[in-house]
Design a protein around this ligand. Structure first.
Ligand SMILES: Nc1ncnc2c1ncn2[C@@H]1O[C@H](COP(=O)(O)OP(=O)(O)O)[C@@H](O)[C@H]1O
Ligand SMILES: [Mg+2]
Length: 381
């Protein structure tokens, strides 16, 4: 648990953080958000004592952070930042072992931990352990940064715009991975961002700051539906119904039973399958169940030859994962011009699909309150 009590930080005339009180419960993600210069980074850096508050008190697990040495404190706090800060002349494995080495872990223990963490953040240990930071893409470097922050299994994780420097698709994947990892590890996290959608997606609670002041600290739903000030209202944006879709996972609304056929079934079999298919599209999968495309039964019945009714796709681009947000799934659907989108696992195996109609239902039923990260459903009152 992290507690800030009346914390302020002044730089001469500048008040970077002003009388900030905040409590982050064990296992919760607090997203600290606000315009540039509102005091987010200053707040994080006071928690791990890279800088000292002018006044106020910060407790981590009930202990005043000033009662332990900064070095000792930082070993219990994972810290991941936007620029990653990987040591350039040290391998990926070496970077991840930074804190374990300080803690005096033996080599086999550290090596096992590196393997475990790389797998956790979705990088193949055999391929990545010995690479150097310059050999990594932006997204890969961020993953290594997160792995390094988690290395000594700190109970608290501080993340300063960790996904700020990557392209939108990579960012989406990193967010999904973070949500998955957090569901498993249940760290107490303070996550800084200036991206409202990212905040809505990842936060248990959002702390919205402005000019060093806390404007509102509550669930994403509360900030969307009951903004405390006009500033909160404006900052959260107008498209609230859409934003709420950022809280729902594809897995919450997907159809698990979808019609499929194997490619290479031959035109005749395909024709047969198509004529009795209950829905317009029949997904085409390979022998291992991997998505290869779909068959348009309507186009086929309208007289096209079987081959022309087939659309071939790369599952990496044409499908979403179960942990993708509905907001993202909707935007992908609109981008592709289809009324549904396939759902696949990490190896491209077809799991089901999500239809526009299903999303519509979710929006009108107000079910966009199904919580993420497995909490209790919240009720719209
Ligand atoms: N070392 C410093 N000296 C003087 N002013 C600073 C210093 N660090 C931050 N500030 C000021 O404090 C305010 C908050 O900064 P910061 O916490 O970095 O904002 P954010 O991370 O929300 O963008 C800004 O006005 C910034 O200019
Ligand atoms: Mg900052």
């Amino acid at each position: 648990m992290i507690t800030l009590e009346h914390v302020s930080k002044h730089y001469g005339e500048t008040v970077a953080v002003d009388d900030l009180s905040l409590e982050v419960a064990q296992g919760e993600v607090c997203v600290l958000i606000g315009p540039s210069g509102c005091g987010k980074t200053t707040t994080l850096r006071m928690i791990n004592r890279l800088i000292e508050p002018t006044s106020g008190r910060i407790l981590v697990d009930g202990h005043d952070v000033t009662s332990v040495s900064p070095e000792q404190l930082r070993r219990g706090l994972g810290y991941a930042i936007q620029s990653v800060g990987l040591f350039p002349h040290v391998t990926v494995a070496g970077n991840i072992m930074t804190v374990p080495r300080l803690l005096g872990w033996d080599r086999p223990h550290m090596q096992a931990r590196v393997q475990e963490l790389l797998a956790l953040v979705g990088l193949d240990p055999a391929e990545y352990s010995d690479k150097y930071p310059r050999q990594l893409s932006g997204g890969e470097a961020q993953r290594v940064g997160v792995a390094r922050a988690l290395a000594a299994d700190p109970p608290v994780l501080l993340m300063d715009e960790p996904f700020g420097a990557v392209d939108p698709l990579t960012r989406e994947r990193l967010q999904a991975e973070f949500a998955r990892i957090q569901k498993e590890l249940r760290k107490s996290v303070i996550f800084v961002t200036h991206d409202v959608d990212e905040a809505i997606r990842l936060a248990d609670r959002i702390a919205l700051m402005r000019d060093g002041h806390l404007q509102q600290y509550d669930t994403p739903e509360a900030l969307l539906d009951h903004p405390a000030t006009k500033f909160v209202h404006d900052f959260m944006g107008a498209d609230r119904a859409l934003k709420r879709l950022g809280r729902v996972r594809v897995s919450d609304v997907m159809r698990n039973e979808v019609p499929t056929m194997q490619d290479g079934s031959g035109a005749e079999t395909m024709a047969q399958r198509a004529s009795c298919a209950e829905s317009r599209f029949v997904y085409i999968v390979d022998a291992g169940g991997r998505l290869e495309g779909w068959f348009d039964c309507v186009a086929f019945r309208e007289g096209r030859v079987a081959r022309d009714a087939i659309t071939s796709v790369d599952w990496r681009e044409a499908a979403v994962r179960p942990d993708t947000s509905l907001k993202e799934a909707l935007s992908r659907m609109l981008g592709q011009g289809f009324r549904s989108i396939a759902v696949v696992d990490g190896d491209g195996r077809l799991l089901g699909d999500v239809a526009l109609a299903g999303i519509e239902e979710t929006m009108t039923a107000g079910d966009a309150y199904i919580t993420h990260a497995g909490g209790e459903p919240e009720v719209d009152v």
